[in-house]
Write a protein that binds this ligand. Structure first.
Ligand code: CA
Length: 247
């Protein structure tokens, strides 16, 4: 990785945000200079930022403190970002964005599969991180207010409990699998392109990486179609996917 792709902007003044609105961010990043840079930029934007340089210490902070969002590096001493993500998801739906030098699709899948909301590959522009943070906040606010049950034949999604059942049997889905299935079912009988799915479920466009969608469609089919001998998720070759409601 290139060194010092970020610049030091110590002189900036913090934007005027009241303490009531000030969102609490925990940044777990072992590159001290980068952590300091991100901390200063976020503080300038009006966020209340706490920094940890060690995975274990970060996990301790999460269980002790009250945060509105986590920014996690992947390769950390003590505990990896993915492991922190998995542990946090057992008790919290707090928005999580992973910051990492790794840029392989499978690493992204592992990160998102462990429950992260989004993924930033270093080097990144601070403006892009800020934009994705806003998207992640919007998403988490949106999922908190929905209350109802979606249904396609004997597949049911309880949006309040975030629970999926087929014929009354509970299906264990990861966060992204659940969000993908919900999006498909909310738009049943409409063919959705990979780009549309990426935009909606992952929150922005991954240029040239729409195969993440195919990977997740395979996971869903294994857990729902194959496990129950059904065919809910259909493919339109060269176009995308949809969930079909039978007449
Ligand atoms: Ca690191």
């Amino acid at each position: 990785m290139r060194e010092n792709w970020y610049t030091d902007k110590k002189q900036k003044k913090t934007k005027d945000v009241s303490d009531m609105e000030r969102k609490k961010i925990l940044l777990v990043e072992d590159e001290v200079k980068l952590a300091r840079f991100v901390e200063l930029e976020l503080k300038y934007e009006g966020y209340d930022v706490t920094v940890c340089h060690d995975g274990r210490e970060g996990m301790q902070q999460i269980t002790d403190g009250k945060y509105d969002m986590l920014l996690l590096d992947l390769m950390l001493p003590g505990l990896t970002g993915i492991e922190i993500c998995r542990r946090v998801r057992k008790f919290s739906q707090i928005p999580i964005i992973i910051l990492t030098a790794k840029d392989e699709v499978m690493d992204k899948v592992a990160g998102l599969d462990s429950g992260a909301d989004d993924y930033m590959t270093k080097p990144f522009a601070i403006e892009e991180l800020l934009a994705r943070m806003r998207v992640a906040f919007k998403h988490s606010a949106g999922t908190a207010v929905k209350k109802s049950v979606l249904q396609v034949q004997d597949l049911e999604i309880d949006l309040e409990k975030r629970m999926v059942t087929v014929g009354g049997k509970l299906v264990d889905l990861t966060k992204k699998e659940y969000e993908l299935l919900t999006y498909l079912v909310q738009n049943k009988n409409i063919v959705l392109t990979r780009e549309q799915i990426l935009n909606e479920v992952w929150g922005y466009s991954y240029i040239g990486e729409t195969n993440v969608v195919d990977v997740y469609i395979r996971y869903l089919r294994a857990k729902i179609d194959e496990a129950f001998g059904k065919k809910y998720i259909l493919t339109i070759r060269g176009v995308g996917y949809y969930v079909k409601e039978e007449e």
